[in-house]
Design a binder for this molecule. Structure first.
Ligand SMILES: [Fe+2]
Ligand SMILES: [Fe+2]
Length: 292
């Protein structure tokens, strides 16, 4: 990315900060018709079981799942902040990338606080990450080289952005959440621009093996994100008779819905540097049901 463009992004971030404290109408309470997550993004919609739920059970499902989504974002962003801080030490202070990453860190910390506040506002009780998620999150964060971590981060940012777009465009979404997703969309848009440009140089130099590895890093990051949302405990909370069975059905259902609704941008990105080949394509189809 040329330095001028990075400087432009830094300038916007400095001169037009979006402060969650004032940007979001925290004083508002949900109206009776407000929802927390569009139905299409809930794990059960599309299954017969969903039609048996009462309106209040549907609403509660959306509330618990939304809390899980934003708690997962916050955790993922916190992990990424750990990496960015370590990466920052390797860059000289007068370097544009260094300065942009500081802006990104500031914004990501504000996002984490905003997510935590939204969870409190909704009276949410996020379910902790599984041990496997914690292990992979921390392991990859510690041991993967910078280019792989940026690949992972941009894939997560692209996915969460699509998810947020669905949510903020839903007509009766609770206004606090709409503004939260608006803010996130604007600032993440800049992060995505920066990271994509940074990765252009990496992927331009990458040969077949490296592109294959990049493609797998992205695939696993997406799988990682997708599997953080669907939780048996949520079905217990909303009073389903057979939460175990609901969990099995929802896992399959959500895999397909996620593939239909959330993968378009990331597929375009991976395709732009030829990340689909005979070693990766089958895995994308098999693991993510991606149409590649
Ligand atoms: Fe963020
Ligand atoms: Fe970000």
């Amino acid at each position: 990315m040329d330095v001028k463009e990075v400087e432009r992004l830094i300038k916007i971030s400095r001169e037009h900060p979006l402060m969650p404290e004032t940007y979001i109408p925290w004083q508002l309470e949900p109206e009776p018709d407000d929802i927390f997550l569009p139905e299409t993004l809930t794990s059960l919609q599309g299954l017969d079981i969903y039609e048996t739920l009462s309106p209040s059970q549907k609403l509660e499902l959306g509330r618990h799942e939304l809390v899980q989504v934003i708690a997962s974002y916050a955790w993922g962003e916190c992990l990424f902040c750990v990496f960015m801080t370590r990466h920052l030490i390797t860059l000289p202070a007068d370097n544009a990338e260094h300065q942009f990453l500081i802006r990104e860190l500031i914004e990501e910390f504000r996002h984490q606080e905003m997510f935590a506040q939204a969870i409190a506002k909704l009276g949410g009780k996020p379910i902790k990450q599984s041990r496997l998620h914690r292990f992979f999150g921390e392991f990859s964060n510690k041991y993967l080289p910078a280019d792989y971590l940026f690949m992972g981060s941009v894939s997560v940012e692209l996915i969460t952005d699509v998810f947020g777009n669905h949510a903020r465009k839903a007509p009766n979404i609770f206004p606090v959440l709409k503004k939260m997703f608006d803010l996130h969309n604007i600032e993440e848009g800049r992060h995505i621009l920066f990271t994509k440009a940074l990765l252009k140089t990496y992927s331009a130099k990458a040969g077949f093996i490296k592109r294959t590895l990049y493609s797998y890093v992205i695939l696993f990051n997406i799988l990682f994100v997708r599997t953080m949302y669907v939780k048996k405990e949520i079905y217990e909370r909303i009073g389903l008779e057979n939460p175990e069975q609901a969990y099995k059905l929802a896992t399959k259902n959500f895999k397909q819905k996620f593939a239909d609704n959330c993968l378009k941008d990331i597929i375009e990105f991976v395709d732009s540097w030829k990340g689909f080949n005979w070693l990766t394509r089958f895995a994308w189809r098999w693991v993510l049901s991606a149409k590649v």
